[in-house]
Design a protein around this ligand. Structure first.
Ligand SMILES: Nc1ncnc2c1ncn2[C@@H]1O[C@H](COP(=O)(O)OP(=O)(O)O)[C@@H](O)[C@H]1O
Ligand SMILES: [Mg+2]
Length: 271
């Protein structure tokens, strides 16, 4: 199944972040982030605790505001109507849905079709079909009518991914989806995500602190610690010692991308 690394064969830019700075409670969390993601890519986003990974994804979806810089998704600003439903968000908390909420897998996935755009274009049949397809894509057809609270952590994570798929999301952002699931479920979840990229042309950005696991699957790795310190092929992803050396050294990724044009015209001094 594993196809060659070729994450930009469509050349269609889906996400473009330029010179992004984000503050939270008055402290600078992200600085000078430049990031371009093409359709069909599977990007692993790693970095130490508190390095700003969740902050970056939350800013991309528009929940947090940029202090400076720009984010474009299909050329649109985060949260703009034109991209409604095209981004799916899967958080770690999603796998820990409260046990007292009684909802079946199918009902949960149906929630994914509840956005304005889909309301207008989906008739009842079309909606049922979308929901069924999404459930099949993640392999939960046998438990479609089972209560979500009775699923394993890995199955719940799949159910939430199916909810994103039912909304026709093309860009799927996952924040630590591998936490709390066993090794087998982890591997099959990674395979599912890989298949979604290759077969369904989905684009995935996934945060994980499990560098080994994510390196097996992602086509491209980003190491974030306040700013992007590595962005490239997973084969050339630095080992732990080199990672430590990357810390604190400004604009290392300029060297890695030798020959690449970069947008550093607004360079800031690193404190
Ligand atoms: N709600 C918040 N208000 C203020 N600061 C926050 C908030 N959430 C996280 N932070 C801070 O932002 C930094 C980055 O956090 P986060 O993006 O969650 O990191 P990561 O996901 O890489 O572990 C941390 O220093 C954290 O303390
Ligand atoms: Mg986080």
């Amino acid at each position: 199944m594993s196809s060659p690394v070729n994450h930009s064969d469509t050349g269609e830019t889906l996400l473009e972040v330029k010179g992004l700075y984000v503050n939270r409670s008055g402290s600078a969390i992200l600085k000078d982030i430049d990031l371009t993601v093409e359709r069909g890519e599977f990007v692993g986003l790693v970095g130490p605790n508190g390095s700003g990974k969740s902050t970056l994804l939350l800013t991309i979806i528009g929940v947090l505001k940029a202090h400076k810089g720009t984010i474009e998704i299909y050329g649109q600003k985060p949260m703009s109507r034109k991209i409604l439903g095209r981004i799916g968000w899967v958080s770690q908390a999603a796998a820990n849905l409260p046990k007292h909420v009684r909802i079946t897998v199918r009902e949960l996935v149906r929630l994914g079709t509840l956005n304005l755009q889909n309301m207008l274009i989906f008739g009842g049949n079309k909606r049922r079909q979308k929901v069924q397809q999404a459930i099949e894509m993640v392999g939960l057809q046998d438990v479609a009518n089972v209560d979500v609270s009775r699923l394993s952590g890995g199955q719940r994570q799949r159910a939430v991914i199916a909810r994103a798929l039912a909304s026709d999301a093309e860009l799927i952002l996952l924040d630590e989806p591998l936490v709390g699931i066993d090794r087998n479920s982890r591997n099959s979840l990674l395979k599912l995500l890989d298949d979604l990229c290759h077969d369904k042309n989905k684009t995935i950005v996934m945060i994980s602190h499990d560098i080994t696991a994510i390196r097996q699957t992602a086509h491209r790795m980003i190491y974030l610690e306040e700013t992007i310190r590595y962005d490239g092929d997973n084969d050339n992803f630095p080992d732990l010692t080199s990672l430590a050396n990357l810390r604190g050294i400004a604009h290392v990724h300029d060297d890695i991308h030798s020959g690449d044009e970069h947008h550093h015209e607004t360079n800031k001094e690193e404190e």
